[in-house]
Ligand binder design. Sequence first.
Ligand code: AMP
Length: 224
Amino acid sequence: MALNLIFLGPPGAGKGTQADRFAQAKGIPKISTGDILRGAVAAGTELGLRAKAIMDAGNLVSDEIMIGIVRERLDRADVASGFILDGFPRTVAQAEALDGIMTGRSPLIIVDIQVPDAELVRRLTSRLICKGCGSNAPEGLTAGTAEAATATCGKCGGSFVQRADDNETVVLERLKVYERNTRPLVEFYRPRPSFCAIDGALVPGDVARQIESAVDAVAGATRG
Ligand code: AMP
């Protein structure tokens, strides 16, 4: 049975970090719609040109575009043993479309990572990513410190920068957009037996352990 997961949660909840860890541990691809869009912006494709201003303002790219991207991505052979979607779905319309795409596949397991707002703002305005490959900076390396200015990425040697949308004004807008468009998904998915609520305020190792045991429990129950 394939391990088909979605990671839900507000920006800054640690979805990307946790999805990376989990995907690596299970040998399945992590599909981040934010990474796909940032790749398109960097490559200057038509999608990138359309998405850039929307992302810089902290708003959502249209459902139609996002559903098309995910439908195409989930048609590829590397998702045969499973996948983790990070950053999708973000609206009820995207979730409904995803249910359609999942017809005939192993059921979705939903991992919902929750963190209090004040902690999200602190995390988002201090986090760094590699300018070269987009990886997260190591834990503890924060924006505005002398250490961050000289550190280099362990994967590609690039320097670390803040994401264009990680400044306080845009962060507050992204949290508003999350409350309005994405939080309703928690109620959309909560009744499903494969819904896992995770406390994301703990240190990353503890969050990872919670996710591992919650997913093992629901995957085991689904298998019967
Ligand atoms: P993320 O890296 O997941 O925080 O995504 C960065 C930005 O990409 C978001 O603020 C949105 O502008 C856009 N984006 C990513 N995924 C989606 C999605 N599923 N629906 C709409 N916009 C998205």
